[in-house]
Design a protein around this ligand. Structure first.
Ligand SMILES: *Cc1c(COP(=O)(O)O)cnc(C)c1O
Length: 424
């Protein structure tokens, strides 16, 4: 155990460790976590309710005995072996579960080491697929405004141009094709129809150069916490089929029940599905790309005949073991009623904020609650206010939002609503 005092830890951190999207030279404050249990974190010595699930991941909360044991048992055997030329029971067991629980047809599994890498792999697969089908000119991707697909370069290229700072990277990022953002989930049918017509027009204009459509289905996450109508998913599918494009669903954030569906892909089946974040219950970094047999065959017909990707930690046994345990735990739980309960408590608890000056919108979907302001959030002040009232939140842009672990209790949900209210 460390013998450093909290002050020493924070002082070293401030001088030497980069944090996400944070300046090294003028960093905003970080807080010290020294314990975590269930839906709570001990932050700077006080227990607070976690509203973030460590960014969509820790659906079972922290220090879950079943998940702890899965990691420990696998570590007692072997923690990692290369996946080139070798396989192991944890990878096979996870692959089998993923094939079983995802929609029919998605049964070829690539185990990647993070969400961004899985999106890279999915995009590479789409390009290789088109080459294998004799269409090498199809090298661009169609997506919608407002998306987020990760932080590596290809992922950034399909992320919203503003959110992804495309202006700053001009000339360095592949230039993809952007269609309008789908309307809000409550949109009238004629608004959905107008969006669909616009989407179809962009697709038709660019079809000969497009390899695939890539989107976050039903809920755009880090790009703006924007839920949209399921009718749009059918438009994606129709347009993809009409023009010979693959449909890639990035369910890294939405997968494993967060929207109320185990996978949004149950509504409309894509050709390629990316999963991550909650895949391991938030224990270890791992993601998966699932494809159809048709995609696998197309890739095999390309020049190389193989997927040109093979991360060092592909199929990491510790991550596979905890992912299988997390999936079993989820499916054995009453996750649907938990998500429904979280939804109704967030919906009721946040509704009064609509009347607060400066609040533009309040929306929920599944186990996600969002308050959108009409101005950028003062992140430091909002975080201080939330922590002081017993909740851990990480607002961004104009959004104060929460997607708590599914194990959160009603009393903890009330604390969380109080924290969001204070932050707002
Ligand atoms: C978080 C996220 C990613 C990136 O995953 P990392 O594991 O952070 O690389 C990609 N797509 C979506 C939709 C995400 O929410």
């Amino acid at each position: 155990m460390s013998t450093s005092t909290p002050e020493e830890l924070l002082a070293f951190d401030r001088e030497h460790l980069w944090h996400p999207y944070t300046s090294m030279t003028t960093p905003t404050p970080v807080r010290l976590v020294d314990d975590a249990d269930g839906a709570r974190l001990r932050v700077d010595g006080s227990w607070v309710v976690d509203g973030m699930s460590s960014w969509w991941a820790a659906v079972h909360g922290y220090r879950h005995p079943v998940l702890d044991r899965a990691v420990a048992d696998q570590a007692a055997r072997f923690s990692h072996v290369m996946f080139g030329g070798l396989t192991h029971e944890p990878a096979v067991a996870l692959g089998r579960r993923l094939v079983e629980i995802t929609p029919e047809g998605l049964d070829r599994v690539f185990l990647a080491d993070s969400g961004s890498v899985s999106v890279e792999v999915a995009m590479k697969m789409a390009l290789q697929y088109q080459r294998g089908r004799g269409r090498p000119g199809r090298s661009r991707f169609l997506t919608v405004l407002g998306g987020y697909h990760g932080d590596t370069f290809d992922c950034m290229s399909v992320t919203d141009p503003d959110g992804g700072m495309h202006a700053m990277w001009k000339g360095l990022l592949p230039e993809q094709v952007f269609a309008p953002q789908p309307p809000a989930q409550s949109a009238a049918p004629e608004d959905v129809a107008a969006w669909a017509a616009a989407f179809r027009a962009v697709a038709s204009e660019h079809a000969p150069e497009l390899a695939a459509i890539i989107v976050e289905p039903l809920l755009q996450g880090a790009g703006g916490m924007h839920p949209y109508p399921a009718a749009c998913l059918r438009v994606f599918r129709e347009v993809a089929d009409e023009h010979g494009l693959l449909l890639v669903f990035d369910e890294i954030a939405t997968g494993f029940g967060r929207t109320g569906h185990l996978f949004v892909s149950e509504l409309v089946t894509p050709d390629v599905l990316c999963l991550g974040k909650a895949l391991t219950g938030g224990y270890l970094s791992m993601a998966a790309v699932l494809t159809t047999d048709e995609v696998a065959r197309g890739i095999s017909a390309s020049e190389s005949g193989v997927v040109m990707h093979g991360p060092t930690f592909m199929g990491n046994p510790l991550a596979c073991a905890v992912a299988s345990a997390s999936i079993d735990l989820l499916l054995a739980s009453d996750w649907q009623s938990r998500v429904t309960r979280i939804n109704s408590r967030l919906t009721d608890g946040l509704a009064p904020l609509r009347a607060v000056p400066g609040v533009r919108d309040v929306r929920t979907i599944g186990a996600v609650g969002v308050v959108q302001l009409d101005h950028p959030v003062d992140v430091v002040a909002a975080t201080d206010a939330a922590v002081a009232s017993g909740a851990w939140l990480r607002p961004f842009r104009d959004l104060v939002y929460a997607m708590p672990p599914y194990v959160i209790s009603d009393a903890e949900l009330d604390l969380l609503v109080g924290g969001i209210t204070e932050a707002v």
